[in-house]
Design a protein around this ligand. Structure first.
Ligand code: ADP
Ligand code: MG
Length: 224
């Protein structure tokens, strides 16, 4: 058993404008095993996004420990975490995060260009990833020409383009109808099992339970 994510007594305390402390995470202990599809549930305000951001290196925990893909998130600088995310982590958000003026293909290709891949390599990889999500025929379409489910698949293809071992997703089905949600969840499950990816998905959708290996619940900043 190897853990892709491990946190011990992880705290994230925000400070309000008036100086009051807002403890969003109050000692989170978490372990996510390699190759599993795990969902993180909890009411609005329970700290889900804060936890995901801390695991992605987008936010710094206040205290405790967090190890992600063998990296100590407490020690990582902003510059290191930017490179680390680009090379090893796929991020997916509710709002898709696609650039509206670029086609599906270009949205993926751009990420690989930023990463520094050569033209031939990134062309091949972008097409491969579109194929993986079943959108080859849509490669030249822009986000507004696609359904919400298709846009989210482009976002998934982009997350896969860098061979991410870990995908962190924050309410990726939040904008989708229930039929599209089920399709995407089926696809996520297959992805995890076929490519031995680990996926932690924040959701408060009761639909997700049968699709995941494990359900974690956050309540008032702790895993219950
Ligand atoms: P969830 O994603 O489960 O809805 P969040 O992680 O977004 O919860 O928020 C957890 C708590 O932290 C909430 O009380 C929220 O108001 C607070 N919070 C989140 N981000 C900030 C911030 N940047 N500054 C101050 N408080 C914040
Ligand atoms: Mg949230």
């Amino acid at each position: 058993m190897s853990l892709v994510i491990e946190t011990k007594d992880l705290w994230r305390v925000y400070r309000s404008k008036t100086g009051a402390e807002i403890p969003a995470l109050r000692g989170v202990n978490l372990g996510v095993e390699a190759g599993t599809f795990v969902t993180l549930k909890g009411r609005s305000g329970s700290g889900k996004t804060t936890l995901l951001n801390c695991l992605a290196g987008l936010d710094k925990p206040t205290s405790g420990s967090a190890t992600v893909l063998g990296h100590d998130m407490m020690q990582m600088s902003d510059a290191e975490s930017t490179v680390w995310r680009r090379e090893q982590v796929g991020l997916i958000f509710q709002s898709f995060g696609l650039l509206p003026t670029l086609s599906a293909y270009e949205n993926i290709e751009l990420l690989l260009r930023i990463k520094g891949d050569e033209y031939d390599a990134r062309h091949k990889r972008a097409l491969e990833c579109l194929e993986m999500v079943g959108l080859s025929r849509w490669k030249d379409h822009r986000p507004y020409e696609m359904s919400g489910g298709q846009q989210q698949r482009v976002a998934v293809a982009r997350a896969l383009a860098n061979d991410a071992k870990l995908i962190l997703a924050d309410e990726p089905t939040g904008e989708l109808d229930s039929k599209t949600t089920r399709e995407l969840l089926t696809f996520f499950r297959e992805l995890v099992e076929t490519h031995h990816i680990t996926m932690l998905m924040v959701s408060h959708d009761p639909l997700v339970d049968p699709y995941v290996h494990q359900v974690l619940t956050l309540k008032d900043g702790v895993v219950v």
